[in-house]
Design a protein around this ligand. Structure first.
Ligand code: NAP
Length: 523
């Protein structure tokens, strides 16, 4: 068990504070006393990352691709040692852990393909017009370049795919940025195994020392120091609204403010149209309940809000939903804090004036299990009470019942920024809700038709990030190849000699990438 910090290729354990992981199912302390990083170790890691960046930023796409693919191989090479430790630290079942490992490795390979191909740098070339009147036009060429060291806060709810070698790390390394990981307290052993796999890959592919570091932490001191460090240029985070906003404010208050790409809370509303409720009431209820309870509701795309139009079919639908929730399996939550938050917020929601409990599996209070619940409120109450839009992280959903069309649209208008918004309806009725579709495009990063929001495909077109408060910057995504753009900035070159230009911008296009040359896309 590796319990030290990784400062580039060196292991370090200067601190005196240690902590251990807890199995959320048995509540037993797991082997390993992890040594929290000191401020000196934070400095060492960031300084190394800064030095590594000077080399790594100019590493070719092909070399970065080999590095990323080797990380995937190293992770797969960990076999059951990794799977078992993730299961022990998260309580997640084997199938989910293996699936997440597959997603993590596919993600690394997808970014490898992206940077090997090379067109992601968005090369734009406006050639010179020396004879232009009244003044000549200069030769201007533009491409994306890596911003510098990136701090990644690993997520509690995805110990692999949004953690040490997850999408944030993969996209930052792909862009040419060194990464310093702030490990999540819940899964330090998993972090140690993956960090070592990344560093083995870095050694094998001759990447510079400092291209990757990983620091253990208890409390906020290490995370705060990392965000405030002057040589850190960007931050990626997945977690709570409070955590994301605290880091965003810290970063904004620096002498040199930097971006914090925080993916925070979302209630992912599903608008269910009357026609589909009439024809598919029971199937819809089961589908929605299943999505709410997936992974014990611990997904950022969990549907925490269902919006319906009241009519003669509402009662039957609510009964179907209630019985679907009553049949849901009870699952363990990831850690004590998440479990306690869920219990508290669920209770607060169910006790809110105007909220009626539809189904609530009671809790025996003996362990960290999430008992699913569904409640209901009128649109009028929802519009008056901002707390009803608050994310209850866990298997909970609130059904908002709209007495007329006006309230249905008012609820859509009233929504905060969301990661996703869904519309469920029959083919015949969907066309009649073009205005709803239009409004939801202004509220969410991803609009889904006749599907639930859980299950985020990792692909080129994915948008996982929405208007605030779903994310701190809804222009970007944390899933899919677009995630790389968070860690790169455009640099323009004016009248630069061809031989001195980066290959992506040279006249004969040696990388054979897609470029916008004098307004035309060409290879
Ligand atoms: P979190 O509390 O936001 O913490 C995430 C990471 O940020 C942890 O490493 C934490 O450090 C660090 N952090 C939080 N606040 C900080 C601050 N003020 N200064 C410096 N570092 C800070 O999220 P969590 O631990 O994963 O889960 C707690 C709650 O977050 C859940 O109950 C849920 O409500 C929400 N959550 C939401 C999502 C989502 O996708 N929407 C995902 C996960 C969690 P420590 O480890 O030292 O605390």
């Amino acid at each position: 068990m590796i319990t030290e910090n990784f400062i580039g290729f060196e292991r370090s354990a200067q601190g005196e504070n240690t902590y251990s992981a807890v199995n959320p199912v048995t509540q037993e302390t797991l082997p390993g006393a992890f040594v929290a990083a000191t401020m000196e170790e934070v400095n060492l890691a960031v300084n190394k990352a800064h030095e590594a960046w000077k080399v790594y930023r100019n590493t070719s796409g092909a070399q970065k691709a080999t590095f990323l693919r080797t990380i995937a191989e190293e992770i797969e090479g960990l076999g059951d040692t990794l799977v078992n430790r993730v299961m022990e630290e998260s309580g997640l079942p084997e199938g989910r852990v293996k699936g997440e490992r597959g997603r993590t490795c596919n993600q690394l390979r997808m970014f490898a393909d992206l940077v090997e191909e090379g067109s992601w740098v968005n090369a734009i070339i406006d050639t010179a017009q020396p004879d232009r009147q009244p003044i000549p036009k200069a030769d201007i060429r533009n491409m994306l370049q890596a911003v510098g060291p990136v701090v990644v806060f690993t997520a509690s709810n995805f110990p692999l795919a949004f953690s040490t070698a997850g999408g944030d790390t993969a996209s930052a390394l792909a862009s040419g940025c060194p990464v310093i990981v702030k490990a999540h307290e819940s899964h330090p052993g998993t972090n140690g195994l993956i960090a070592e796999a990344i560093l083995n890959a870095a050694r094998k592919t001759k990447m510079p020392d400092g291209v990757f570091s990983s620091l253990n932490a208890i409390g906020y001191q290490v995370g705060t120091a990392l965000v405030q460090h002057p040589q850190v240029k960007s931050v990626a985070f997945t977690g709570s609204y409070n955590g994301g906003m605290a880091l965003h404010k810290l970063a904004a208050d620096r002498t040199e403010p930097i971006p914090v790409f925080a993916e925070m809370g979302s209630v992912n509303p599903i608008f269910v149209l009357p026609g589909i409720i009439k024809t598919q009431s029971e199937a819809l209820a089961n589908q929605i309940a299943g999505s709410v309870n997936l992974g014990a509701g611990q997904f950022c795309t969990n549907p925490g809000l269902v919006v319906i139009r009241q009519d003669e079919n509402t009662e039957a639908f609510m009964e179907n939903l209630g019985s679907a929730f009553e049949k849901l399996a009870v699952q363990n939550m990831l850690n004590q804090g998440i479990y306690q938050n869920y219990e508290r917020l669920k209770k607060e929601s169910l006790q809110t004036a105007g909220v009626t409990t539809v189904a609530d599996q009671s809790n025996d209070g003996e362990n960290w299990e999430a008992y699913p619940a569904v409640a209901s409120a009128s649109a009028a109450e929802f519009l008056m009470n901002p707390n009803m839009q608050q994310e209850v992280f866990g298997p909970f959903s609130l059904v908002v019942q709209c007495e007329d069309e006006e309230h249905f649209y008012a609820v859509a208008d009233h929504l905060h920024g969301q990661l996703t918004a869904s519309i469920m309806g029959t083919q015949e009725e969907l066309a009649g809700y073009a205005d709803l579709f239009d409004t939801l495009q202004t509220k969410a990063g991803r609009v889904i038709f006749n599907g639930v929001p859980t299950g985020v495909e990792v692909c080129h077109a994915m948008q996982h990030g929405g208007p605030f408060p779903a994310s701190t910057d809804g222009r970007f995504t944390s899933v899919g190849t677009g995630a790389i753009k968070r860690f790169a900035r455009p640099v323009a070159f004016q009248d630069c000699p061809d031989a001195m230009l980066p290959a992506a911008l040279q006249a004969d296009n040696p990388m054979n990438i897609l470029r916008l040359v004098d307004g035309n896309w060409v290879r």
